[in-house]
Design a protein around this ligand. Structure first.
Ligand code: G3D
Ligand code: MG
Length: 166
């Protein structure tokens, strides 16, 4: 079966681990911790054309010194999810910086911005114009809530589709 590595990218506490946990517990999951501070989950998804692909999900474990833009973490990734905490605007600025850093490290690969914690709409700090600026550049943005399970499956599946056509 086709296998594709996906990296979770973004600041501390934006919800990377929660998104992976939400996604993989809806199906079968293998999980193991490497010695390098990375947690790896796998999940098989079926794409719209019926093709199956095994997603290998890489997530930084705990408060290791390793950062999500580290080359050792990114190596071999077919795509990545840039996670933003919608209630903390600096995490959005971070994601934009990280996207440039990741592209410099591994070249142009499919990615999607996730505006996570969409259930906390009263504390929302991401404006429409910030979103529109990215959309105008052809980037994909999906609102997610790891807490409510909203948009999570869509996010991983849409990235999988992008990786297979690229
Ligand atoms: P990280 O892996 O990016 O560091 P985590 O982030 O997945 O550990 O999440 C950080 C905190 O945000 C956690 O809270 C988690 O429960 C919370 N969180 C993650 N996703 C959502 C979401 O969609 N909505 C809300 N309301 N909270 C979310 P704690 O308190 O456990 O540290
Ligand atoms: Mg984490």
């Amino acid at each position: 079966m086709l296998q594709k590595k996906i990296c979770m990218i973004g600041d501390f506490a934006v919800g990377k681990t929660s998104l992976v946990a939400r996604f993989v517990t809806e199906g079968f999951s293998d999980k193991y911790m490497t010695t390098v501070g990375v947690k790896i989950d796998t999940k098989i998804v079926t794409l719209t054309g019926g093709q199956e692909v095994k997603l290998i999900l890489w997530d930084i474990a705990g408060n290791d010194a390793l950062t999500t833009a580290a080359t050792s973490y990114l190596r071999g990734a077919a795509g990545y999810l840039l996670v933003v905490d919608g209630t903390r605007r600096p995490t959005w600025e971070s994601a934009l910086q990280l996207q440039k850093a990741v592209m410099a490290a591994i070249g142009e690969k499919p990615f999607i911005f996730l505006l996570n914690k969409s259930d906390l709409s009263e504390q929302w700090e991401i404006t429409k114009s910030m979103v529109n600026e990215q959309l105008a550049q052809g980037h994909t943005i999906i609102h997610t809530s790891a807490k409510m399970g909203k948009g999570v499956e869509q996010a991983f599946e849409e990235l999988a589709e992008k990786m297979l056509v690229s």
